[in-house]
Design a protein around this ligand. Structure first.
Ligand code: SF4
Length: 370
């Protein structure tokens, strides 16, 4: 999208700092020295100020953005000078923001333009939270969410995790009920993936993990419960009340442009994909991003749009890629629709929840028919 003189894209900023490492996490993050945080924030602010771009969504993710404190977050957001009515999201950890001893000042974030908070809940059951290495309990999450509302930020998203140690249908129901009663407008529900070189991967046998079939049932139960509470299941792992879908994340799935700043952040601009290396000192010293090739081709578009409940809309596909899908591809979509994994109409093809559960294999099969 172009405004009068600037192209407008989404902006992602990676905050690579965490108080401690969660046992399942392989994101680029570490516990920093205070001066590293300041040098990093100064560099990010300087980089944003020099960009010939406008931003209609800004997303501070991590790592743990709330770890760097309200003033630093505000200075980054203010440097971005997002366009009017931009969606501005900050990921927060309840151990920083729901602490009973120190009141995190969400009004400082609101005054800087933040209008959406994504809170890492994972589970509302304290024994499960402990197994995930989360220091804060359910009470801190409630306190943090209340503080958002009190500051006038009513668009709160909660992250849930499925397939975690000890989780049952009863315990996931308790977490979902917690999300609904907290007034969250958006809920992300990710299935735990055991990443290599994490504590969980080294101790998998001892973790009391639900089986794959049990995890699939937890996913289907989550979708059912959230849909009956009025949430739309708009993406494989994301649910929202009407009008509260994440505008920033939709850019990824619609294959639209975004710029990522910070170590490990990825970008897609002018048909090219590029990323910064996972090294904060290299980023601070002005290292250039690494080219990651062409982006936005047919395969990528299919892979991303099939994550959405809207699926592939044939007219949009033709408009975006200046191409139409061939007979072999449509025939294969018909096979999956007839097998109960999705819906094929004259206007498009989409997966249902059963299809979402095996989306990786369906998508990799379908792209072979392009
Ligand atoms: S807080 Fe988030 S980014 Fe940090 S270690 Fe835990 S899961 Fe990873």
């Amino acid at each position: 999208m172009m405004t009068a003189d600037k192209k407008t894209v989404g902006l992602y900023i990676h905050i690579p700092f965490c108080r401690s490492k969660c046992p399942y996490c392989d994101f680029y993050s570490f516990f920093p020295r205070p001066e590293t945080i300041d040098r990093y924030v100064d560099k990010i602010c300087a980089d944003i100020a020099n960009l010939p771009l406008g931003f209609d969504t800004v997303y501070l993710g991590g790592g743990t953005p709330s770890f760097i404190g309200e003033d630093r977050i505000a200075s980054i957001i203010e440097s971005a000078k997002a366009v009017k009515n931009a969606e501005i999201t900050v990921e927060c950890n309840p151990s920083d923001t729901g602490n009973a001893e120190r009141a995190f000042d969400f009004s400082r974030l609101k005054d800087a333009g933040v209008n959406r908070i994504s809170m890492g809940l994972q589970s509302a059951v304290n024994t499960e939270r402990k197994a995930l290495g989360r220091r804060a309990g359910r009470d801190e999450v409630s306190r943090a969410v209340e503080r958002c509302y009190k500051a006038g930020i009513d668009n709160v998203s909660l992250d849930l995790m499925l397939g975690i140690p000890g989780q049952t249908e009863e315990s996931i129901s308790e977490s979902i009920d917690f999300c609904i009663s907290s007034g969250a407008k958006h809920i992300s529900a990710y299935i735990l993936k055991i990443e290599e070189e994490t504590y969980f991967s080294r101790n998998k046998e001892k973790l009391n993990l639900p089986s794959d079939d049990e995890t699939a049932d937890l996913y289907l139960l989550t979708a059912e419960k959230l849909k009956s509470a009025g949430f739309g299941h708009y993406e494989i792992s994301n649910f929202a009340l009407p009008g509260y879908e994440s505008r920033h994340n939709l850019k990824y799935w619609h294959c639209e442009e975004y710029l990522g700043l910070g170590p490990a952040a990825h970008s897609f601009i002018d048909g090219r994909r590029f990323y910064y290396e996972k090294d904060v000192e290299k980023y601070i010293s002005g290292c250039l991003p690494v080219d990651d090739g062409d982006g936005g081709n047919e395969r990528e578009y299919i892979m991303l749009t099939l994550r959405l409940s809207e699926g592939i809309v044939f007219q949009k596909y033709a408009g975006k890629l200046d191409n139409i899908l061939g007979e072999g591809f449509i025939k294969r979509c018909r096979f999956y629709a007839d097998s109960g994994f999705g819906t094929l109409t004259e206007s498009g093809f989409s997966l249902n929840e059963k299809g979402f559960l095996i989306s990786n294999s369906i998508i990799s099969d379908l792209v072979d028919y392009l």
